[in-house]
Design a protein around this ligand. Sequence first.
Ligand SMILES: [Zn+2]
Length: 204
Amino acid sequence: MDLNALAQAEINYGKYLLSQDHLYKKIPENQRSELIQQAVECGESAAENLVADDLRNYCRQEKIEIEFFQEELKAENFRFVLAEFQLPRLIRINQSLLTAAEPFLLAQDFFKDQRAADILLAHELYHYLENQQQLFTIKKQLMYQTGPFKRQARLHALSEIAAMSFAQAYLELPFSPVILNIALLYPIAPEYSEQLAKQLLVID
Ligand SMILES: [Zn+2]
C-alpha cells in the first residue's frame, strides 16, 4: 500500500467519518456537508484557542491522566482501540500498537519527524476539551423520527471529525491524522487497513 500517496491525496475524511455514524441515514442529505464543515472548524478553532506549548504539560496542568496500555495484538481482532478518552480525565493510548507499528511508520516519508503518540494524544485531548467547553460537537443534536416517535441524539462522528481537525491544526500536520490510523493498523492487520484506505479513497 502506498501510504505516502494516500497522505498527499485530498481525502474527504469528514465525509468518510460521518458515513460511519450509526445515525448517518437519518441525517438529511442537504445538511451533511455543512455539519462536516462545522465540525472541522470546531476542531480547528479549539486548536487555535488552546493556550499550551506542549500537550503533555497541558495534561499535567489539567490533571488529565495519560495511560499507555499494553494488549496482545492479534490480526483477527482488528478493531483495536488505538486510543480513547474516558470522562472525566483519562486518556488511554495503545502502547502495544505503537511499538508494533513503529518500524513501519519510520519507513514512511510522509511521517518523518512526527510522533504517533502525540497525534493520538492530541485527538483524545479534543474529546476532553469538547466536554469541558461544551463545544458544538457535544451540543449539536440531530432531530429525527423513528416510526411515530420524534427523537434527538448526538452525532458522535462529528466529534471524531473535529478531533482529527484539532490534531491536524494543533500539530500542524501536513496530512490528515486519519492516515495515521490506517498506518498503525497496517503492520498488524494489513487487509483491514487496506480496506479502510480504499474506503477513504472512493468516498469522494
Ligand atoms: Zn475520537
